[in-house]
Design a protein around this ligand. Structure first.
Ligand code: DX5
Ligand code: ZN
Length: 214
């Protein structure tokens, strides 16, 4: 089954509890953490993860768009993240592996993320060791951007690699996912779709979540 991970970046931060209850029929809460260095925007961090942990039973999918994430992964795990994803572009291969190892040592799931210009092969050093791979379908940094259909061959290539080397690994896409773009993602092999504006701008959020499942 296709899973939906609404991004709370499109929620009303003054009413975060209320807006998280609105997505109760989804599969993950997607939390976009930005540091103003790895991406040109600053969003939310560890205290917000800690505050939202008790208000939902959904797993927290924490997407770290920060430099050298190995410095902070344990704190995000302790704050209540269930899945922590780190960008392969944000540090050396050894330090990304160290971040994955720390997440696992905390008993949590780990994933790696690829920016649009990063090729599929960049997952190879980590593929057997992660529970999820996330392919960005926009340049990370902001919600509400246009979907990059040119990322679909990469999603297909990574789906093949997952089937060969780590079939239990999930494949997530993030950016511009909406009713008119969800099918192409699913057909390319994604099984988890992040959606921010498409979920939170909908007048009937549970219906929109269902629609995005394809
Ligand atoms: C972008 C974030 C996304 C973003 C998605 O850097 O990683 O999760 O919130 O928002 P939409 O679905 O509006 O593109
Ligand atoms: Zn994200």
């Amino acid at each position: 089954m296709v899973k939906i991970a609404p991004s709370i970046l499109s929620a009303d931060f003054a009413n975060l509890d209320r807006d998280i209850q609105k997505i109760a029929t989804a599969d993950y809460v997607h939390v976009d953490v930005m540091d103003g260095m790895f991406v040109p925007n600053i969003t939310i961090g560890i205290p917000v993860v800690k505050s939202i942990r008790p208000v939902t039973q959904l797993p927290l999918d924490v997407h770290l768009m920060i430099m050298q994430p190995v410095r902070y992964v344990e704190e995000f795990c302790k704050a209540g993240a269930d899945l922590v994803t780190v960008h392969v572009e944000s540090d050396t291969e050894a330090n990304i592996q160290a971040a994955i190892d720390k997440i696992h040592a905390c008993g949590k799931r780990a994933g790696v993320v690829l920016k649009p210009k990063t090729p599929a092969e960049a997952v190879l050093p980590f593929l057997k060791d992660v529970e999820l791979i996330l392919v960005m379908t926009v340049e990370p940094g902001f919600g509400g951007q246009s979907f990059m259909a040119d990322q679909m061959p990469k999603v297909q290539a990574i789906r093949k690699l997952i089937e060969q080397h780590n079939p239990a690994c999930e494949l997530e896409v993030d950016g511009g996912v909406a009713p008119d773009t969800c099918r192409t993602c699913i057909e390319a092999g994604a099984n988890v779709l992040v959606a921010g504006s498409a979920v939170y701008k909908a007048s009937d959020i549970p219906a929109r979540i269902q629609q995005l499942r394809g």
